[in-house]
Design a protein around this ligand. Sequence first.
Ligand SMILES: CC(C)(COP(=O)(O)OP(=O)(O)OC[C@H]1O[C@@H](n2cnc3c(N)ncnc32)[C@H](O)[C@@H]1OP(=O)(O)O)[C@@H](O)C(=O)NCCC(=O)NCCS
Length: 228
Amino acid sequence: MSSMQKNRLLIIGAGGFGREVLQWAQDVQAQGCVDWEVGGFLDTNPQAFKEFDIDLPVLGSPEAWQPSPEDRFVCAIGDPTIRLCICRGLQARGADFVSLIHPSAIVGSRCDIGTGTILCPGVTVTVDATIGDFVILNIRSCVGHDARVGDGCTINDFCDVTGNAKLGEGVFLGSHSSVTPSASVGDYARVGAGSVVVRRVRANTTVMGPTAKRIDWTAESAASSDAA
Ligand SMILES: CC(C)(COP(=O)(O)OP(=O)(O)OC[C@H]1O[C@@H](n2cnc3c(N)ncnc32)[C@H](O)[C@@H]1OP(=O)(O)O)[C@@H](O)C(=O)NCCC(=O)NCCS
């Protein structure tokens, strides 16, 4: 490769999140410190941009793609199982994934961010946290100190993975959900939007709902509120 020639970043998935990732990749590219430029998309639907003014090609299906040495990849498919399957398949064929960290994201000291992971705008990973490969941390989500996020997790907008929390592989957190300190979520579990995990969610289960409930009830407090 000559010094002027850049590698090409291919975004896997040309849906709504793919268009968002295009924006974030262009923001990263504008900073001028990467050796790639966005070169197109891989998607099974060649007409994905029919209704959008996007001047980039959909080059083919990710399942059939044979990576070239100048190809770099990032995956914008929200479903953890599908994303891991496609990314690991491409990796086995020699694909070189990049991590996409938006300029507005904050990553603190001693954090480990895996390959092919995307940090969208406003994400914070505080300190000593470990984020696996092919993870999506969507807009304004936060991962606290010493937390561990397994490969292929999808952490949607405004989620809060607090200190020492642990997410297994392929966990899906719906938007605005929280995992409280030291709580854990097993492999491929799904947590509904707006839910709060306070202890342990078993692998391959779906949970949902807020857990706030009164925990300091005493006969005295009941009597005083009755009197009020
Ligand atoms: C948890 C979730 C994955 C489950 O999806 P699902 O298996 O398709 O379940 P359904 O949508 O069919 O809902 C099943 C029931 O749970 C209820 N429910 C769904 N999500 C809920 C939530 N977050 N909180 C409370 N109840 C919920 C539904 O009302 C429905 O109840 P009903 O049977 O009484 O009508 C999904 O509801 C969810 O929260 N997804 C998050 C999506 C998100 O944040 N996306 C961000 C990127 S766009």
